[in-house]
Design a protein. Structure first.
Length: 154
């Protein structure tokens, strides 16, 4: 029963997303307009939004996150985002990271941040081991002239 519900939700989400993609096909920046997202929210919830929501969850896997400028929404999933920052990070480091993904999926973003930290942290240069004296922790050497002599009268 659970499997059927998840599959039905997933196909429903994909249907809505395909409609949104068709409507936004002329946009090359991969940003969904606020009007389109408000229509989706109205269809799903039955409520009309006057102001743009900061984040719209379309099920478990897809979240639309408002851009910093507030002019549109980026589509985020647990392993991607449509913003330029994500694509830059993927190209440079092989691991994606952006503000939108961090807001929508904090657990996955934390894993990506740890990987990026390991990739970008300065590497430690191997140092030769410190040379230790073969005598260990013996007291320092005192010359014979400075030592008191037995039986001598000073």
């Amino acid at each position: 029963m659970y499997w059927r519900k998840t599959t039905m939700q997933s196909s429903y989400e994909e249907d809505i997303l395909s409609r949104v993609r068709a409507k936004n096909s002329q946009r090359e920046d991969r940003v969904f307009s606020i009007g389109t997202v408000n229509e989706i929210v109205e269809i799903l919830s039955g409520r009309i939004r006057r102001t743009p929501a900061k984040m719209v969850k379309l099920g478990v896997e897809i979240t639309l996150v408002l851009s910093s400028k507030g002019d549109g929404y980026y589509r985020t999933t647990p392993d991607s985002c449509t913003c330029k920052g994500w694509h830059y990070s993927i190209q440079k480091y092989g691991v994606g990271k952006c503000r939108h993904h961090t807001e929508a999926f904090p657990e996955e973003a934390k894993e990506n941040a740890e990987i990026l930290q390991r990739l970008t942290s300065p590497r430690k240069i191997a140092q030769p081991p410190e040379e230790k004296s073969i005598l260990g922790d013996l007291p320092s050497f005192k010359p014979f002239l400075e030592m008191p002599v037995r039986g001598s009268v000073a």
